[in-house]
Design a protein around this ligand. Sequence first.
Ligand code: PAF
Length: 281
Amino acid sequence: MVIYTQKETLIQALSSAKKNDRIGFVPTMGALHKGHISLVKKALSENDVVVVSIFVNPTQFNNSADLQTYPRTPEDDISLLKNLNGEVIVYLPEVSDLYEDAVSAKIYNFGGLENEMEGKHRKGHFDGVGTIVSKLLKIVKPDSAYFGEKDFQQLQIVKKLVSIEKLPVKIVGCPILREENGLAMSSRNKRLSEIKFVESELIYKTLKEVQEKFSSTSIADLNVLVAERFLQNPHLKLEYFEIANEETLKTAKRKNKGSKYRAFIAVFAGEVRLIDNMPLN
Ligand code: PAF
């Protein structure tokens, strides 16, 4: 496994690999867990070389405390990646390698996808994601890039980004991996206290309940049900729950035949913000 900290040397190394090899890419912000590793394994199974970037991108944080406390475990990340079978290249840059002049985000129009859910609660977040993903895809030039469905809105936005910027890459969405209690795996879970971790099972349980009741219950009643479940729990604070059209991500008020729906949720467990989603039909 080779680690590059500068884009020029990475580009150089990849240019010789590129001729015959298929390149897979897994962008991450580090603090790797089994969910990330499942993306890297999928990428390894479909490509000759896999690049994993580890970079906590400052422009996608709308809250400086969140940026400051985001877990950073580069040594553990590297030993996890070293244990994998296959050719993994790590790109571990400093901020200045990716943001030369100014640490700022490009303003994007993702056709409205950026204004729903996470976009409403984390202003500018998707401009930051679009900016960094575009920079990284232009450096790595992968054949395929792998993103987890836990950030389902991000996945849809990245698909839109590559179509807007005409980037020749296949975007592959990968299923959510869960802890034993159902909590979606996330780097942020490392910051949960024991009790908050245990109580966070309510997120998965509630999404499952919504999924089971979706065909027989109105969206309005499901919204009330979810609000009630969280009001009863002193450890968790519901930020939003929405049932949305899977394509447009627009909030659904009622069900239309032929449309696909997904439930989306954001919850605070103390200071830690957790998101999750589940297909409904
Ligand atoms: O999902 C993430 O970890 C980040 O948003 C990404 C895609 C690596 C961009 O910084």
